[in-house]
Design a protein around this ligand. Structure first.
Ligand code: ATP
Length: 340
């Protein structure tokens, strides 16, 4: 049975550096929780606290309701997949996968069976007898994952496991490993600075900034209803427009639109590029730049007040640079940020 992982008021200081600041979050049994945020925000330190490589300065870590705050890593039964967690190069792929089972004195036949099953599952069965140093980055990453899963960990911890892979392989592995994590029913924490990767791989995402969690939610919630300016900026591309909310309407100065949520007053409105539709108003803007990206065209347009908008169009209908466009808003996709 997968375990629930709870961090309760976890704080970690390194001398004067406050790496993690009072983080409380629960990873539900079987869930993959992404920890995302910019470099240095405390993701890895949080993960290392769960693994047992760091002891929190304050707060507690629990697995399945049992406190493990001071338990050493080997007593926690965690599976680790780190970018820098190199495979043992004096062992074959199969021996790498069996290593943790050997340490746990599992009989040879069972070890071999479990390794075979996992290698098949990860589609690297034919690599079993290879020396890991002769494998590609993507193949090594799969071996690393098979090795971590072999011990049937209570909790699986992954730290930037896709770093260094090319874009195409990354996107394939994201889909494959994402659905594998779903099928395996293992509780997992997934650290990445790449918010798009977290959105593909994770059931929920915790957005970290400066040692604290700004928001925890499903990819959908975090994208469509960011809790604050930081999350709106970090997750995806967002247009943030100043407006006055009054009587259920948003007044942008040069245009007005229905207000979907929020109180009256001066507000910040988050509108994703795809929430603007070409034609029909109420916004008018001049296209300043246009980038053809294959599946879509990204454009930067200027509003009458000089503010820039990032827009996204189907290549068949994208306006040209210099063109004046009229833009409608999909009101369901407009989000008014709560007051800070
Ligand atoms: P990145 O995406 O760059 O890996 P991160 O979000 O994982 O960043 P952490 O590695 O957790 O961030 O680091 C958080 C803060 O704690 C940083 O300011 C870092 O310099 C500091 N820090 C981390 N480990 C140590 C350490 N062992 N000693 C001193 N400071 C540390």
């Amino acid at each position: 049975m997968p375990e629930r992982v709870t961090l309760d008021g976890v704080t970690k200081r390194f001398g004067d550096t406050l790496a993690v600041d009072d983080v409380s979050v629960t990873v539900e049994p079987g869930e993959t929780l992404g920890l995302v945020g910019p470099s240095g925000c405390g993701k890895t330190t949080t993960l290392r606290t769960v693994a047992g490589f760091e002891t929190p300065s304050e707060g507690a870590v629990e697995f399945g309701g049992q406190e493990v705050t001071n338990a050493p890593p080997e007593a926690r039964d965690v599976g680790l997949v780190f970018q820098s967690y190199a495979l043992f190069d004096n062992m074959t792929v199969r021996e790498n996968v069996e290593f943790g089972l050997k340490m746990r004195s599992l009989p040879k036949v069972e070890r071999a069976e479990r390794a075979t099953d996992l290698l098949e599952l990860l589609d690297i069965g034919e690599l079993a007898d290879r020396d890991p140093t002769t494998l590609s980055g993507g193949q090594q990453q799969r071996v690393g994952l098979a090795r971590a899963l072999a011990i049937e960990p209570r909790v699986l911890l992954l730290d930037e496991p896709m770093t260094g892979l090319d874009a195409k392989l990354k996107s394939r592995l994201q889909r494959e490993i994402g659905s594998l994590l779903e099928d395996l029913d293992v509780t997992a924490l997934y650290v990445t600075h790449d918010q798009a990767e977290a959105m593909v791989m994770c059931d929920r995402i915790a957005v970290m900034n400066d040692g604290t969690i700004e928001q925890v939610g499903t990819p959908d919630e975090v994208y469509e209803r960011p809790a604050n300016d930081f999350v709106a900026d970090f997750v995806g591309t967002s247009n943030r427009l100043a407006a006055t909310a009054r009587d259920g309407r948003l007044d942008f100065g040069h245009a007005t639109a229905p207000a979907p949520n929020g109180d009256d007053g001066e507000v910040t409105v988050v509108v994703r590029p795809e929430a603007f539709e070409l034609g029909g108003g109420p916004f008018s803007a001049t296209v300043r730049e246009r980038f053809y990206l294959g599946e879509h065209v990204r454009a930067v347009a200027e509003l009458p007040d000089g503010e820039s908008l990032t827009l996204r169009f189907d290549p068949t209908e994208a306006p040209a640079a210099g063109e004046e466009v009229s833009l409608a808003l999909d009101t369901d996709r407009v989000h008014v940020l709560p007051e800070p």
